[in-house]
Unconditional design. Structure first.
Length: 69
């Protein structure tokens, strides 16, 4: 099996706090008791807590030459 190397861009994605609009949400707990899995977050500025269906911050990748997949 041959290895295939692809060039990618890396992005970090944060969610701003809906309450203060100054901080960003940071995951503090994963809820796996029931489906779908949810994530508890806390604002790093005002300490507001919110449950979301995605964890933040998160990292995403994008192929630089998408035509070469």
């Amino acid at each position: 099996m041959a290895e295939i190397k692809k060039e990618v861009r890396t992005f970090i994605i944060n969610k701003s706090c809906d309450k203060c609009n100054k901080g960003t949400m940071e995951m503090i707990k994963v809820n796996v008791i029931k489906e779908p899995i949810t994530y508890n977050h806390k604002c790093n500025f005002c300490a507001y807590e919110e449950t979301l269906d995605k964890k933040y911050p998160t990292i995403e990748y994008e192929f630089i030459n998408e035509g070469e997949l």
